[in-house]
Design a protein around this ligand. Structure first.
Ligand code: SAH
Length: 288
């Protein structure tokens, strides 16, 4: 669903915005949906009127799907519930409008089990299987705000996420960066995230099965790195793969708890600061 006039290859970060209502509606019919989501690059005169029709059909499909999967208590339109979540994030002190907009756009309830979906917009971590959790919205917002720094409306170029989990934060990051590389060490979760993200045609998200403690050198350097699992220390590989001007945010174990650590790289080296206490699942080495 590219904007008319924009070549699709470079369009993605807007596609999550544009696809929000479509969400999982296309999951059951990817091949049928694909042409409508990816209109062939038309010549200029053809673009205007006829691109709108398939979008309307998809929106209807999305509404139908939303009705099917809407869990009890989520209300008529999950976007309204999400808007309330965003207002709470604002009230909690999140100031980065671009992060708030990204979180408004991504339907978190589609990333958790249907049985948990009515809790999806509460500020709580939820289980996603294999003893892992989807991070709570306020922590996702805070980490992404810290990682972006004062960039205003600008997109980051390349971002590395350690710990894809179910793919929720990767979907949020897709609104904030031109390329998101997300590494997961548990094959089952990597596959699950791939499945959950597939309907979005999130072609600026690259999911990697591997040990994120090593980062992901092929796409380095990154101007943002965010870890969703708490380690004993910031990994040297992450520092090596952080671009000059880049910012890294990771939970680091501090006694019996963890703190959010921000590392900013400038042309003279690294500046480290510590922020609030958090509680993430542990960072582990190797793959399973
Ligand atoms: N980003 C997720 C949170 C996932 S929980 C969200 O949107 O909510 C943290 C994830 O980090 C788990 O899935 C866990 O398996 C993964 N993880 C832990 N150590 C890792 C490592 N070394 N490399 C990659 N992933 C890791």
């Amino acid at each position: 669903m590219s904007e008319p006039g924009k070549p699709r290859g470079r369009s993605f970060p807007l596609s999550l915005d544009k696809l929000t209502p479509v969400a999982r509606s296309v999951a059951t019919r990817p091949s049928a949906a694909a042409p409508a989501l990816t209109p062939a690059r038309p010549t200029a005169p053809e673009r205007k009127p006829n691109l709108l029709r398939p979008q309307r059909l998809l929106q209807q499909a999305a509404l139908d799907r939303e009705r099917q999967v809407r869990p009890a208590g989520l209300g008529l339109d999950s976007e309204l519930v999400r808007a309330r979540m965003v207002e709470r994030l604002r009230a909690q002190g999140i100031r980065d409008e671009k992060v708030l907009a990204a979180m408004l756009a991504v339907p978190r309830h589609l990333f958790v089990d249907t049985a948990l979906a009515n809790q999806a917009y509460e500020d709580t971590a939820l289980p996603i299987g294999l003893q892992q959790t989807i991070s709570k919205p306020s922590v996702v917002a805070r980490m992404l705000e810290l990682m972006r720094g004062n960039r205003g409306d600008a997109m980051l170029q390349r971002v590395l996420e350690i710990g894809t989990g179910c793919g929720y934060q990767a979907a949020v990051l897709a609104h904030l960066a031109r390329l998101v590389v997300s590494v997961e060490r548990l094959k089952a979760l990597h596959d699950k995230a791939r499945e959950l993200l597939a309907p979005w045609r999130a072609d600026n998200v690259r999911l990697v099965y591997g040990d994120g403690m090593l980062g992901h050198p092929p796409n380095a350097p990154y101007d943002g790195i965010v870890a969703a699992a708490g380690g004993e220390a910031i990994q040297q590989a992450w520092l090596d793969q952080l671009a000059v001007g880049g910012r890294l945010v990771a939970p680091v174990v501090r006694g019996s708890t963890q703190v959010l650590v921000l590392v900013e790289r400038n042309d003279r080296g690294f500046v480290r600061s510590e922020h609030e206490a958090v509680h993430f699942v542990p960072l582990k080495s190797g793959t399973t």
